[in-house]
Design a protein around this ligand. Structure first.
Ligand code: SAM
Ligand code: SF4
Length: 324
């Protein structure tokens, strides 16, 4: 019988976001809280990951998101997907900056990946370079096309809303849903430690919604189960437009996830300063200890994160380690 992970507020945890590496080949303005090199040898090996996720179905985990850093920098990413498949994880998804996607999309599908989310904040080449530090808009667009071609669908595009940087892109990115069954999700900018960017560039999702509504009739739609975005369709369009609103309307009440870092720390919330280390339990292949530590991490899951305001102290400690 399944012995579910249920926290102190009655929320059932069925979803793990696993940052397979904090390393990244981009340097996005809103994400970078990372200082110095990370030690690749500290990251869990493929075998560690297979052991870690072998216990998940029996505690009711159904979905795993591979994130980072940039997950496609892991040379063993296909083996990781295969290991999760072997561990009987029902839904395996991956969030990527798209740089390496075109070369690996087919193999990811064959390995058992369900679908991908690709981060794309702009359709303008100069803005892309400004945001990511890399001149790779065309490469990322090809990655998105390959992902669609090989059925890693519905492909979801993640666009972080930034005042003064990509407002002009909101409408063209929303219009990507007009001719194709993709989902575009506008995400409110979140504050990251030592990155004052948030204070200058945060925009409430309503600004983006109003901009799209000015030109198009929007019909309310739905996402998948456990979805934290609210969804719409432009009337007659095949794709969907979602809004993820961690700041203006946090969705903590419905939170069904915990986060695991590449070296084996479980963070019960993106804004947690507290974590539980499962590193030794995984390295020692100690299943009972591992399950009890996972339960402990669920027990310390906070009811909600605090109100985020210009004067508040809530921020994300290290986006790349936590996986967004
Ligand atoms: N490198 C991959 C990518 O960029 O898609 C995966 C890791 S990234 C940390 C995961 C997601 O977090 C991306 O969609 C990114 O846009 C989002 N993200 C990063 N920093 C953010 C911030 N300060 N506010 C909102 N979203 C952020
Ligand atoms: Fe790298 Fe993704 Fe962070 Fe950009 S958002 S720096 S691609 S981890």
């Amino acid at each position: 019988m399944l012995d579910y992970l249920i926290d102190n507020f009655g929320r059932r945890i069925t979803y793990i976001r696993f940052s397979v590496t904090p390393r990244c080949n981009f340097n996005c303005v809103y994400c970078n809280s990372h200082t110095g090199e990370t030690d690749k040898d500290e990251e869990f090996s493929t075998k560690d990951i297979e052991f870690l996720f072998s216990v998940m179905p029996e505690v009711g985990v159904k979905k795993v998101r591979l994130t980072g850093g940039e997950p496609l920098l892991r040379y063993d990413i296909l083996d990781i997907v295969k290991a999760l498949k072997k561990d009987k994880i029902q839904e395996i998804v991956l969030t990527t900056n798209g740089f390496y996607l075109s070369s690996v999309a087919e193999a990811l599908r064959e390995a058992g990946l369900t679908r991908v989310n690709v981060s794309l904040d702009t359709l303008n080449r100069d803005t892309f370079v400004h945001v990511t530090g890399v001149d790779a808009l065309d490469i990322v667009n090809s990655g998105i096309k390959e992902a669609i071609k090989y059925g890693l669908t519905p492909v979801k595009i993640n666009t972080v809303l930034m005042r003064g940087i990509n407002e002009k892109d909101i409408l063209p990115i929303a219009e990507l849903t007009l001719n194709s069954d993709i989902t575009v999700r506008f995400i409110e900018l979140m504050p990251v430690k030592d990155n004052n960017f948030w204070k200058m560039h945060y925009i409430n999702f309503r600004t983006a919604l109003a901009l799209i509504k000015k030109k198009y009739e929007l019909i309310k739609s739905t996402g998948g189960s456990g979805e934290v975005a609210s969804y719409y369709r432009i009337k007659g369009a095949p794709g969907k437009i979602g809004f993820i609103t961690p700041i203006s309307q946090h969705f903590c009440k419905y939170c069904n996830r915990i986060r695991i870092t590449a070296k084996g720390e479980i963070y019960p919330c993106l804004f947690s300063k507290e974590y539980i280390s499962i590193r030794d339990a995984v390295k020692d292949r100690n299943k009972d200890l591992l399950v009890s530590l996972i339960r402990k991490s669920v027990d310390i899951k906070p009811k909600e994160h605090g109100v985020i305001s210009l004067s508040s102290q809530d921020f994300i400690n290290n986006m790349r380690e936590l996986g967004g």
